[in-house]
Every structure is written in C-alpha cells, then in structure tokens.
Design a protein around this ligand. Structure first.
Ligand SMILES: Cc1ncc(COP(=O)(O)O)c(C=O)c1O
Length: 394
C-alpha cells in the first residue's frame, strides 16, 4: 500500500498542500495553464481522450490542470470525493439542478437564500421544475412541503442576509427519507467553519467569488459532490453546456484557499466584536449575528459551526432613509454587493442583492428597508468600530 502523505493532516495544512500541480520549472507556486486546448501524440490518442478511454487533458471547457488543482483542494477541505469548478456561484447552482433534475421534479428551497438564487429556482418553473420556498429554520415546514416528486432540498446556512441557521443534520435525515438530494450553499462559512458533508449533506455549493477568493478579484463557483454523481451527471453537463471556470480564476482561488483558515478566524473574531457593539447602540433596532447569545439559533450555530462568520446584518431606526444615511456616512466600508473581501463591505439588501424580489417576497423573508448587511473585512477592528459609531451618530 502506498503512503498518502496528506492523510490525517489538519485543514490548514491541506489548504496549502492539496491540489498540487507542477510545471517543468520546479516552481513553488502552481502555474496557470492558460491554454484553450491540449495536444495529442497521435490521432489514436486524441480519439481515446475524447472518448474518455484514456485520462488526460483535452480542452479547457472541461479539463484544465489549474482548474483541477483548485477542484482537488476544495474537495479535500470539504471532505468530499470530487469537485467541479464553474464560472460563477450561480452557474454552480444551475449545473447542479440541470445536471440532476428533470421536468416534473420538485424542489424544496429555503426562502432565505441569495435573491438571485430565488430568481433562478423561480425560472426553472418554465422548464417544469417547480420549487416550494419554506422557512429555513422550521424542520416541520420542510417536511410538510415534501411531495412524492421532491428530488432536491436546497439551503444556505447562515442565510443571506439575515444569518438564520438551518439544522443540516435534521434536514439531511429528512432528505434521505424522501430520496431527495440535499444541497447546501456553504458560501458564508466555507469548509473552515462548517463542513455540511460531515453533517449528512450530499452536495456543497460555493460562490468562490466570496471568501474562497477572499480579496474580491474574480467570479467563480464550485460544486463538491460524490465522485459517481460528478462522473454520471455533473461533469457531462459542464462538458456539454460549458459554464467553465477560467484557469486564471482557478489559480486565484487556489491561492486564496491557502489563507482561508486564517482569514475565516479573523473575519469571525472581528464580526463578533462589531455585532456586540451594534447591539448596544441606541440607533440600532436589531442585530442579526449567530454569535450573539440572543440569536434564535445561537446554540445550533455553536454546535454546527466552528466560529460564527464574517457577515453581520442590522436594522437601524428610521427606515430606508436612515439606512442609506448610515451607508453613505461610512468611510472604511465599500458600498458594493460582494462579500468575503479583505476590505469591509456595506450593502443595502432591499435595493440591491434582493432588489429584484417583490416587496411581498422580501417581507416574507424578513428583509426590511432598514436592514444593512456588513461583510467584516480584515482591517483593525477598532478602526471599523470607530467608523460605524461615527456613521450611526454617537
Ligand atoms: C450565498 C450565495 N450563493 C451564491 C451566490 C452567487 O454567486 P456568484 O455571484 O459567484 O454567481 C451568492 C452571491 O452573492 C451568494 O451570496
């Protein structure tokens, strides 16, 4: 038996050492294979590679060494068998649904997911895939929404932007009983803080655009899933439909993963301090952060996650005008819709990330016009606290 040098290593070590890809120059940093296609020794080899009878690179829509290195590293961190890199987080969801489901299938989805994810599941209806949206924290509501043709349960936890926590273990049991795929978008936690596969999920989705990159440079996504599922359903969809990750972006994400364990701990520590300060501020009506003891699912988050993450949402008193005044007064927080960057970010969900939903949908999700979402970056926490206190007045 050959010794696997990476077996038994901690996550931080795997983040630096899995997914090795080496060129011919003995470089320590992995190369970017910036090529659209790969050459063959002979016509016979080309035929064998195209037919999948011989392993090897063919064409970068579906085989590229830099993308593969990123896929192997993320799969190792999530504790999954296989991974597919995609062009964006949304195309990871698209690939998962269109790769696994067919017209006549039904999905149960958390109503508290990224706004565009709601739009995408709504759009699938025109292809005969119907979705029921449910309260993500109410296991009975998930059970009640199941139908004989339910083939997938989908959620984010913590949810975006209200940081509601779903019970992954309980819902995975429900999904198994129903014979449905259980898919978790692990964007907010990353495998550093939460490993859904260990809790029974079968598939993990990422927007690599967020914490995996960690410095707001590239758009990308990923699916971590059982090897057989990837081989039979997800890879064929990627190869045919083409929502591929670029080699350059894969290289950025591969390097991003090396610092992910350190960054996630730092984002979480700073966010907890900021959440506590906001909760004590007279201009703040309510804070949403799973690390606060009065968060409705604090105990579940403490059990399911290793720390509470870098996203804090809060409502200010005074409606949308007050929320916009605070956003405009901040100087260290960029006004942008991304999250998971080294630089802190402030977002008004009702008019941006969730702006394409109807007012009734937003109300159903609990997203008010007073809500502000922070992605706490890696600046000195005290500087962020000072900026927030000044913007809030007081
Ligand atoms: C939780 C979550 N999932 C998926 C996405 C979509 O990712 P992308 O923008 O990379 O397509 C986002 C984007 O904000 C997100 O926040």
């Amino acid at each position: 038996m050959t010794h696997d040098p990476l077996s038994g290593l901690a996550l931080a070590t795997l983040a630096c050492h899995t997914g090795g890809v080496h060129g011919t120059e003995y470089e320590n940093s992995p190369p970017i294979y910036a090529t659209s296609s790969f050459c063959f020794d002979s016509a016979a080899q080309a035929a064998a590679r195209f037919a999948g009878e011989e392993p090897g690179n063919v064409y970068s829509r579906f085989t590229n060494p830099t993308v593969r290195a990123f896929e192997e590293r993320l799969a190792a961190l999530e504790g999954g068998e296989a991974c597919i890199g995609t062009a964006s987080g949304m195309s990871a969801i698209l690939t998962t649904v269109l790769g696994l489901l067919a017209s006549g299938d039904h999905v149960v989805c958390s109503r508290s997911v990224f706004g565009t994810t709601v739009s995408l599941f709504t759009l699938f209806a025109k292809f005969g895939i119907e979705t029921t949206f449910v309260n993500p924290v109410d296991v009975e509501a998930w059970a009640a929404a199941l139908r004989p043709n339910t083939r997938m349960l989908f959620l984010e936890t913590p949810s975006n932007p209200l940081t509601e926590i779903s019970d992954i273990a309980a819902l995975s049991a429900l999904a198994r009983e129903a014979g449905a795929w259980f898919v978790v978008d692990n964007c907010f936690c990353t495998p550093v803080l939460q490993r859904p596969l260990e809790l029974g999920a079968q598939i993990v989705i990422h927007s690599a655009t967020k914490f995996l990159d960690g410095q707001g440079r590239c758009v990308g996504g990923a699916i971590v899933a059982p090897a057989e599922l990837v081989k039979q359903h997800l890879f064929p969809f990627l190869r045919t439909a083409g929502p591929a990750m670029s080699p350059f972006n894969a290289w950025v994400f591969l390097k991003g993963l090396e610092t992910l364990p350190l960054r996630m701990q730092a984002h979480s520590a700073s966010a907890l301090t900021i959440a506590r300060a906001l909760a004590a501020h007279p201009s703040v009506r309510r804070v949403y952060y799973p690390g606060l003891e009065d968060h409705p699912q604090h105990a579940l988050a403490a059990r399911q996650q290793r720390a509470f993450g870098g996203i804090v949402s809060f409502e200010v008193k005074g409606g949308q005008a007050a929320a916009w005044r605070v956003i405009d007064a901040l100087t260290l927080f960029s006004i942008t819709a991304n999250l998971g960057d080294t630089r802190s970010i402030v977002t008004h969900p009702a008019t941006t990330t969730h702006g394409r939903l109807s007012a009734a949908q937003r109300a159903g999700m609990g997203i008010t016009d007073e809500l502000i979402r922070l992605s706490v970056g890696l600046e000195e926490t005290q500087d962020l606290l000072t900026d927030l206190a000044r913007a809030l007045g007081g």
